[in-house]
Ligand binder design. Structure first.
Ligand SMILES: NC(=O)c1ccc[n+]([C@@H]2O[C@H](COP(=O)([O-])OP(=O)(O)OC[C@H]3O[C@@H](n4cnc5c(N)ncnc54)[C@H](O)[C@@H]3O)[C@@H](O)[C@H]2O)c1
Length: 414
């Protein structure tokens, strides 16, 4: 039983079917459940063929009907954990736990995978399950947390070969959780309680968030000092120890980095009354990167005695990272909004992102020589592999490349 059939839940469901489990994929979004039942995948990492094979096996039932939960043995919760007005919104987890609680039977195991602050499994999920079922966690049923490390679009690291951290409320719960994931992945990594497992995920994402902010701030200063930050990054990356490569960009996006560290800082502030300064600083730097992109464009146009107002700007890439269709929290959307508010004529090309993710005034186009020629400036925001980069350098009057994919006399990098 997998609750939530999204970027995280669907791959877990597919893998569970493939190793021989009977899987119900519970999905509140009726449209999504119907698509899955019809063999239509909306998650890029899961091909229609793989989904079809799971359906054909007779061991995968995608549904929005919670009645299918009856007498489940293992339930994995993979529902969203967004921020609402800067605070964690755990309503999806609460709803899932309430639904599971109604169907919980002695001996069953419940695992939370959604990213959240330390304490959620024991202080929120456990009590809801107990209240709804009348059973006792640890005594009548097993409970644990196992963070997801999926990296959509990563061709090398996937659910199976990425070690999976597992935890349980007590030894028996840990054994049940570990036993289940041992059937799915190559290697499980047990930790002593759900809180450590919850913190592990937030440590990983906060580490990334802070280091990206560091390199973003460095890139801005290096630019102002007339130093090529990319060359310094390449050179530093030759150090075989004690350095990890991060590259600058137009800001952070997706479901994880703009959100997860704030779960941790919210918990620290609420429980300890202190501010998690690294997270606040990283948020500040990364949130301002889209403004920096606009500032660089203003300077470039100004050199040509032009204003943003009335200029035609072609944005390349709306997704938050290369080769994905995910435009959630994407900095490209913020850049588009800023340019529109300054009166620019904004066009955008992204073969991966469906329409509807940006302001309706943004003209969605294909990347063609005509579009590039017609633009007063081109901004590379996401370096999808399938963009024709030669076409851009051949025809663009000016390019602001936030990803260092291009070289040429008319190209400026971050
Ligand atoms: N996307 C990633 O790369 C990634 C990586 C690691 C961790 N995570 C974490 O995993 C969690 C899920 O993220 P996601 O990207 O899969 O989100 P998603 O939006 O792609 O999928 C979540 C799905 O859950 C469904 N849902 C919501 N409430 C439900 C309920 N009560 N019952 C059944 N279905 C319900 C939604 O309709 C949606 O389809 C989040 O906490 C996220 O932070 C995501």
């Amino acid at each position: 039983m997998i609750v939530g059939q999204g970027y995280v839940g669907l791959p877990v469901a597919m893998r569970a079917v493939e190793v021989g489990h009977d899987v119900v994929g519970l999905e509140v979004d009726e449209g999504r459940a119907k698509k899955l039942a019809a063999g239509e995948s909306y998650v890029e990492d899961i091909s229609a063929d793989r989904l079809r094979a799971a359906l054909d096996s007779g061991r995968y039932l995608p549904t929005f009907d919670a009645a299918a939960l009856a007498s489940f043995q293992v339930a994995v919760i993979t529902v969203p954990t967004p921020l609402r007005e800067g605070a964690p919104d755990l309503s999806y987890i609460e709803d899932s736990a309430a639904t599971l609680g109604e169907h919980l039977t002695p001996g069953a195991t419940v695992v939370l995978e959604s990213t959240t602050y330390p304490g959620t499994t024991e202080e929120l999920v456990g009590p809801i399950l107990e209240e709804r079922s009348g059973l006792v966690a640890g005594k009548d049923f097993f409970l644990g947390y196992s963070p997801e490390r999926i990296d959509p679009g990563n061709p090398h690291w996937n659910l199976i070969n990425t070690p999976k951290v597992v935890s349980g409320l007590d030894e028996a719960s840990l054994a049940a959780v570990k036993g289940f994931y041992d059937t799915l992945v190559d290697r499980t990594v047990p930790v002593s309680s759900p809180k450590e497992a919850e913190l592990t995920k937030l440590l990983e994402n906060t580490f990334r968030h802070v280091n990206i902010a560091l390199i973003n701030e460095l890139a801005m200063f290096a630019g102002d000092l007339g130093i090529n930050v990319w060359e310094a990054i390449d050179a530093a990356s030759t150090k075989p120890f004690g350095y990890m490569r991060f590259t600058p960009g137009p800001g952070v996006g997706g479901h994880c980095l703009p959100i997860d560290p704030s779960y941790l800082s919210w918990r620290v502030r609420r429980t300890l009354g202190q501010s998690f300064r690294f997270v606040e600083l990283a948020n500040d730097v990364n949130d301002h990167m889209p403004d920096y992109v606009v500032r660089r464009l203003v300077v470039a146009l100004n050199r040509r005695r032009m204003a943003v107002n009335g200029s035609r700007i072609l944005l390349l890439g709306l997704a938050y990272k290369a080769n994905t269709s995910d435009a959630r929290e994407s900095p490209a959307v913020v850049v588009a909004d800023r340019l529109l508010s300054l009166g620019a004529d904004v066009h955008a090309a992204d073969p991966h992102v469906m329409s509807g993710h940006v302001d309706a005034r943004v003209v969605r186009v294909e990347l063609t020589a005509e579009e590039v020629k017609a633009a007063d400036a081109v901004i590379v925001l996401t370096d999808h592999d399938d963009f024709d980069y030669d076409l851009i350098t051949d025809h663009a009057r000016y390019v602001l490349d936030m990803r260092r994919r291009l070289t040429g006399p008319q190209v400026e990098t971050l």
